[in-house]
Design a binder for this molecule. Sequence first.
Ligand code: IMP
Length: 223
Amino acid sequence: MSQGARRGGLRVCLATRNPGKVRELAALLEESPWQVLGPEALEGLEAPAEDGSSFEANARKKALHYSRLVRHLVMADDSGLEVEALGGQPGVRSARICGPSATDLDRMRWILSQLEKVPWEERDARFRCVIAFALRGEILASFEGEVEGRITFEPEGSAGFGYDPIFYYPPMDMTFAEMTAAEKDRVSHRGQALERAMGWLEDFARHLQTKSLKKGSSRRRGG
Ligand code: IMP
C-alpha cells in the first residue's frame, strides 16, 4: 500500500525549496496522518517575492501563493534569526542579508563580524518561525514558535543548516549544529510552531475525511 493510501490520501504540500526546512518539517510530520509533498510538487511554479515586513506576513503570502497553484493543503514556513545587539537583524531578511549569491557561511561570517566587539552576555538572539496553512486561495490557520539562545564567537558543529553553527542553546550547552536532528526538533522554533499546529492538523484531517465519506455515501445513494 502506498504511503498516501495508508494515510487516507491526505497530502500537505510544503511551500519551500530549502532542503533543511523540508527535512525538518517532513520529520516532524512523520507520525501525523499527512503525507508530505516536497519541493518536486513546486517544480515549474514561480516563487512569490518574500517582501513582507514580518514572518507572519511572509508565511501567509507563500502559503496563499502556492495554494492557488496546487490543489492540496499548503504549509509555508517563514523563519529567521533576530540578534538583539543588531536591533533584531537579520530578521525577515535572514536568507538574503548578504545578497542573493551569498552562502550560509558568508551570512554567519557577517553576523560574527558585526558582533566582534560584543561580549558574551550581550549576544542574545532568538530564532522565530511562523507556519501558515492555506487551501485553494484561503488562509486557514497560522502558528508561531520561538527559541532563545546566544550567538557564539565561532561556528561550532556541522549538523542542521543556516545559522545553526552559531546559535548556542544554553539549556543543552551546545549549538543547534551540535545537536542530533531529533534534539533540535524537540526545542527549535520550527518544532514549537509545528507542535502548536498538530492539534489543528489532526482536526482538519478528520474534517476532510468526514467530508469525503459523506460525499462517497451521497454518491452511492445517487445524491
Ligand atoms: P526564509 O524563511 O525562506 O526567508 O529563510 C529563512 C532563513 O533563516 C534560512 O535560509 C536560514 O538562513 C535561517 N533559518 C531559519 N530557520 C533556521 C534554522 O532552524 N536554523 C538555522 N537557520 C535558520
